[in-house]
Design a protein. Structure first.
Length: 723
């Protein structure tokens, strides 16, 4: 029989139930635990203790088996947020308050569902997402959310094919003239049996097949997918049902929304005519060409409701922008300081989509940060421009632009003019552009310039030297290659050769031929990491009288050729050096009698330079932040030699040598803004010359032992990618 008395014996909580030893041991253990690790105890507090004021301290992920999907993509699926890098910085700054990231248990549960669905769409049917290791700090009322993810086995593609609506192979549904093209395309895009199958792959393939059919003429083509998933075996059988419909031809072009712009202007930009076989690619290209006229805020193309037959009606809908507008911009660069620009533009000057503009620019040199080694640039100019987007062909455009510009050239001595202006140019530029493909123009340009250079005389500060001459320059350039993104490329190549020639036409005061090219190559390493590389090479040949006087070191012709020679160094060149200062340079007073000593870049008749840059994510920050590590190198052909009397002899035979190469390494931070990447680079000279480590004053005074290690470093702040 069961002993009911013992089973209902009361539990004793009075001190008399324990020995003195038991009580002392218990108190000591409690004190040791509390003193040694109070946070450890608090961290294990149940999450239901979290209140409305609890904030998220951090979100992290622990992957139990495999780690296939990117952590950044997982965070993007969630509504629960964590403090950003800027939030953490704001915590230690006065006045500025960081954003508060509230913790909501209901939202967290929804995030778990979102993550499971995201894994399912990416081929993991049995992914398990939980957060058992999350930690609540009750003293700070913050929580660290730790997701534990078990991806499980992936969904494997077991069978795959293209069929028509009756279950026959899709090959037979196409007219005979299209069957071979279909086979080639099908074999190129088909999914691989045995690979992980995802919804994204299915949608991507559907879109590619539909696009291909519409590009070759099937305006009403459709593709649907039938997916049979065995969740036990983790396999998928996929059948794409292809219905191309009839081959169509353009029967009518409708244009809506044009008010002041004539229909003729829009029709001439279209790469097709009524009667041509339908092509979705050409319809899209026409939309891009119309929008590229800069006349419209919106330009859309579609197929309105119509019977499904061999005739196709296309509709373009536009919304006009204001014909006249005034814009103003400001910016900053290390070389030019604060810069200003204003422009008035008429988008449809006398009709025909002709553009007319009046612009004024000012690179003030204010707050320029390179004044120790070189004079800050100053440039003030104004220009009129009239451009015609259609010259006998939609691929050809032209422009005509008279201009006037005043400049303080760093490589010329200063003048007695206000702001140190030492050059005035006025002239006319005419350009014809042939652009059959986006971002790949071929340009022919002719420029006539009447130039006046006025500088302090070499003998006396009270005197001025004036050199008046003309430049008559013909240049041709082009772009060859293909990039996946022309603003922020990760894959592809681009080669941009050019040739420039100035002769005696119209009494040109300089004669030369200049050839060069810039080649870029971009390769993705992983989904987030890529390599960009660039090579620049060029050669200048002075001709006729110009060659004779340059070889004779005529100072007037040296000044004339300063803007024409090649230079290396700068934020978008070899980053270990300031703009133009890689290679030979001369320390000199800014003008006769001036106490300001600057470096004048000598330049060269030939140049070879390269950049190699690895671009990768900034750990812990959003995709707007990037990091880069680079190695740059280059040289120009100008050479300097120290003379026994302390002077410098410059020679330039146009030859390059491997021993004269200068190298730099460094790292940088990139932040994507609406106007491009804001870029900060820190570079280190690996192979500086002796003059690179001297200040201009020390070099001028002959203090050759005063080299500074800190001059190996160089900092650049700019907007835009390096290349």
């Amino acid at each position: 029989m069961r002993d009911l008395t013992n089973s209902h014996r009361p539990v004793c909580f009075t001190p008399s139930c324990y020995s003195l030893r038991d009580i002392l041991v218990g108190i000591c253990c409690a004190l040791l635990v509390h003193v040694a690790s109070p946070q450890a105890v608090l961290a294990q507090a149940p999450l239901f203790y979290a209140g409305q004021e609890t904030t998220v301290r951090e979100i992290s992920f622990k992957f139990v088996d495999t780690h296939t999907l990117e952590t950044e993509d997982l965070v993007a699926q969630m509504a629960t947020t964590q403090p950003s890098f800027f939030d953490k910085v704001k915590r230690i700054l006065p006045i500025i308050s960081p954003r508060t990231h509230r913790f909501d248990p209901v939202t967290l549960q929804k995030d778990v569902v979102r993550l499971r669905r995201y894994y399912r769409r990416h081929g993991f049917l049995h992914a398990d997402v939980d957060y058992p290791a999350s930690q609540l700090d009750t003293t700070r009322n913050t929580i660290r959310i730790v997701f534990s993810i078990t991806e499980g086995p992936p969904l494997i593609l077991q069978d795959f094919g293209f069929f028509d609506v009756d279950g026959n192979y899709a090959h037979d549904v196409f007219p005979p003239a299209f069957r071979q093209r279909w086979v080639v395309f099908r074999d190129r895009v088909s999914l691989q049996v045995g690979q992980r199958f995802t919804d994204a792959e299915r949608l991507r393939l559907q879109d590619r097949v539909v696009t291909w059919m519409k590009d070759v003429g099937f305006a009403f083509a459709t593709v649907s997918a039938q997916t049979n998933i065995d969740s036990t075996a983790n396999t998928a059988d996929v059948r794409f049902i292809v219905d191309p419909g009839p081959v169509g031809r353009f029967a009518e072009i409708q244009i809506e929304g044009n008010e002041s712009v004539s229909r003729r202007v829009l029709e001439r930009e279209l790469p097709f005519q009524v009667g041509d076989r339908y092509s979705h690619r050409k319809v899209t290209q026409g939309q891009r060409e119309i929008f590229g006229l800069n006349l419209f805020r919106v330009a859309l193309a579609d197929i309105p409701d119509q019977p499904v037959d061999s005739t196709v009606t296309i509709r373009y809908r536009v919304r006009e922008a204001k014909a006249r507008f005034l814009t103003g911009q400001t910016g900053y660069s290390r070389d030019d300081g604060v810069a200003l620009q204003a422009e008035w533009r008429h988008r449809n000057f006398f009709g025909s989509a002709r553009n007319f503009s009046v612009s004024a620019t000012a690179a003030t040199g204010f707050l320029a940060s390179n004044t120790e080694q070189n004079l800050a640039k100053r440039r003030f100019g104004t220009a009129l421009s009239i451009s015609q987007p259609y010259l006998f062909s939609r691929w050809v455009s032209g422009s005509l632009s008279p201009f006037l510009q005043f400049e303080r050239d760093q490589n010329l001595r200063e003048s007695n003019e206000p702001l140190g202006i030492n050059r005035r140019d006025f002239g006319l530029n005419t350009t014809i552009v042939y652009q059959p493909l986006p971002f790949r123009p071929y340009t022919v340009s002719y420029t006539f310039i009447r130039s006046l250079q006025f500088t302090t005389a070499r003998e006396s500060v009270d005197m001025e030297e004036r050199d008046i001459f003309s430049k008559s320059v013909l240049s041709i350039s082009g772009s060859i290659g293909r990039l996946n993104d022309y603003l922020n490329p990760r894959r592809g190549y681009l080669i941009q050769p050019y040739v420039e020639s100035a002769g005696s036409v119209l009494g040109s005061g300089v004669e030369y031929v200049k050839l060069g090219t810039e080649a870029r190559l971009f390769l993705p390493i992983t989904r987030r990491i890529s390599i960009g590389s660039r090579v620049q090479v060029g050669r200048l040949w002075p001709l006729g009288k110009s060659r004779e006087l340059l070889d004779a070191d005529d100072p007037i012709f040296e000044d004339r050729f300063d803007p024409i020679l090649f230079y290396a160094g700068g934020a978008t060149d070899v980053r270990g050096w300031d703009t133009g200062l890689l290679g030979a340079k001369v320390a000199r007073p800014a003008s006769v009698g001036s106490e300001t000593i600057v470096y004048e870049a000598v330049g060269g008749r030939a140049k070879l330079a390269f950049n190699i840059e690895v671009r990768y994510p900034f750990p812990g920050l959003s995709s707007n932040w990037r990091l880069a590590t680079f190695i740059d190198g280059g040289q120009v052909s100008g050479r300097e030699r120290m003379l026994p009397d302390g002077g410098t002899q410059i020679t330039d035979n146009g030859n390059l040598s491997l021993s004269s190469f200068r190298y730099a390494v460094g790292s940088g931070i990139r932040y994507r803004t609406p106007v491009g990447f804001l870029r900060f680079d820190l570079a280190f000279k690996l192979s500086p010359s002796a003059r690179d480590l001297l200040s201009p004053k020390d070099a001028f005074e002959g203090n050759l032992d005063n080299e500074k290690f800190g001059r190996r470093f160089n900092i650049h702040l700019s907007i835009g990618q390096t290349f």
